[in-house]
Design a protein around this ligand. Structure first.
Ligand code: AMP
Ligand code: ZN
Length: 488
């Protein structure tokens, strides 16, 4: 079965373009990582999950992907946070790198191949700034170095803005001495040291890098001066990515990257999620309320470029959906365990779900389309497991096995349904028991009473216990291997 060609929406062209690796079979992917001054919020988590899924899919399609995602560990916000806690800024950043890694491991984000930090890339950053000064597009003033926007022709080609429309200093998230700039739109590449701030020696005196230069230096170091894909949330298009392009392309004379992918924002239902307004949901707080896989499923339920509204009901629905998938897998795995159905034909065409999945994902990573393929696949698994349209048990078994194989392939590419179904369902039940203030031992006791009553053919008693369980919101499921229960 040949897979469809991959088409990607390139922000630079504002259109879908075919994926054409610079080196056949290989892909260099750079994603702007977190500024590690605090715990990440669910918006950041959504963007990183989108790119994790994109990288997973590209690998699934056989590409040898080198995935680089940096840590901004030198930054005004980090310095400010460190002043508040009394920590050393680099130590504070290190602490939040560890917290970030703990958080995203729960979401099953694969560790990137390289996670460079600013503090470990200073020599490359200085060398790049020297090159830009030598090329006449950057200048030093009072120990700061600025990029001179008017000296670089391609400025704003990504964001399609106009220089004359930009307000003085617009978008500058950094504190710089405006008086030192030749033009208000010029941005800092290097900032002279201030007392109590981390600094490194440089040809312009002690100082530290500006925000944008790190990504130009890191991407060149690990992926070369031209690479395949560059990603981030859409707030990074301007000024961050625009500035990356200016720095990298002015220095190398080459195109920084072939394709720019930008993820849509996640907002709270009915409200913008904004750090300045204080209405931010941290990922770890969200994970107290919702299962990590439920959250991942929720993220994937919308196309990565579209805006996504975070609300309790949608999260609840996503988790219930994941429960349905795992219940199906538990049932099917039980059915298949230790059986040999022999060689032979299968019913229908299990591979059609894989094709549907591939068609969706190769069309600019259509996540909801991919979940649609999964829905069809699970409906088919349930049909075959519960009401098989054919009588031949071996044929049904072989088909279930083939469909289960398709689930495994898709699971790896989406980062979903890789847990042991029984364990995941127990975890979900334990969370619900806790949320509803139920007593699991009491429920287990009632189930045992019901079993004993049925064994003794005391049906009045068994009905009474069943009603008591129902009143608690507990649903029992009888199967050949015993009775399981869930919180309805
Ligand atoms: P930062 O640490 O602020 O540089 O953000 C890390 C990543 O999260 C960047 O790719 C941002 O574009 C992205 N991001 C920030 N806020 C949101 C949001 N509300 N929704 C989606 N992505 C976001
Ligand atoms: Zn960046």
């Amino acid at each position: 079965m040949s897979s469809p060609d991959i088409q990607l929406f390139n922000t630079m062209q504002q259109a879908k373009v075919p994926l054409q690796p610079i080196v056949p079979g290989k892909l260099g992917v750079y994603v702007c990582g977190p500024t590690v001054y605090s715990y990440i919020h669910i918006g950041n988590a959504r963007t990183f999950t989108s790119f994790d899924t994109i990288v997973r899919y590209l690998r699934y399609r056989g590409f040898d992907v080198k995935y680089v995602r940096n840590y901004t560990d030198v930054d005004d916000k980090i310095i400010k946070a460190a002043k508040e806690t009394g920590e050393d800024p680099i130590a504070l950043a290190d602490r939040f790198v560890k917290e970030f890694e703990k958080d995203v491991a729960q979401l099953r984000l694969l560790p990137p191949d390289v996670t460079p930090k600013v503090s470990e890339t200073i020599p490359e950053i200085i060398a790049l700034i020297e090159k830009l000064i030598a090329r006449g597009v950057a200048y030093e003033r009072g120990g700061d170095v600025y990029f001179e926007v008017h000296k670089y022709d391609g400025y704003l080609k990504l964001s399609k803005r106009k220089l004359e429309d930009l307000q003085a200093g617009a978008g500058e998230r950094e504190l710089v001495n405006e008086a030192l700039k030749r033009n208000p739109l010029d941005f800092a590449l290097w900032k002279a040291a201030k007392p109590g701030e981390p600094s490194w020696p440089s040809p312009w005196g002690a100082g530290r890098p500006g925000w944008h230069i790190e990504c130009s230096a890191m991407s060149a170091k690990y992926l070369g001066e031209s690479f395949d894909l560059h990603g981030g949330g859409l707030d990074l298009i301007f000024p961050h990515h625009e500035n990356e392009i200016a720095q990298s392309e002015a220095a190398s004379g080459k195109t920084l990257c072939n394709c720019w992918l930008h993820g849509g924002f996640l907002d709270l239902e009915g409200a913008k999620m904004s750090k300045s307004l204080g209405n931010v949901v941290r990922l770890r707080d969200a994970l107290e309320q919702v299962d990590a896989e439920g959250l991942r499923y929720f993220f994937l339920s919308t196309h990565y470029r579209q805006q996504l509204a975070f609300g309790e009901k949608s999260l609840h629905d996503a988790e219930a959906r994941v429960e349905y998938f795992y219940e199906t897998l538990r049932k099917v795995d039980e059915r298949l365990a230790g059986k040999d159905f022999g060689a032979g034909p299968v019913h229908g065409e299990p591979a059609r779900f894989l094709r549907q999945f591939d068609e969706a994902m190769s069309d600019d990573f259509n996540f909801p389309g991919a979940l649609g393929a999964l829905s069809g696949l699970f409906a088919e698994l349930n049909l075959l497991a519960d009401k098989p349209p054919v009588k031949d048990k071996a044929l049904v078994g072989r088909t279930l096995l083939a469909l289960r194989g398709v689930v495994t392939s898709i699971s790896g590419a989406l980062g979903l349904f890789e847990s042991n179904p029984g364990e995941w369902l127990l975890g979900r039940r334990a969370r619900q028991v806790k949320a509803k203030g139920l007593d699991a031992a009491h429920i287990e006791g009632l189930i045992e009473q019901r079993r004993a009553a049925r064994a003794a053919k005391d049906f009045a008693e068994s009905d009474r216990v069943r009603d008591a369980l129902k009143a608690l919101g507990v649903e029992t499921m009888d199967s050949p291997s015993g009775t399981t229960w869930k919180v309805a």
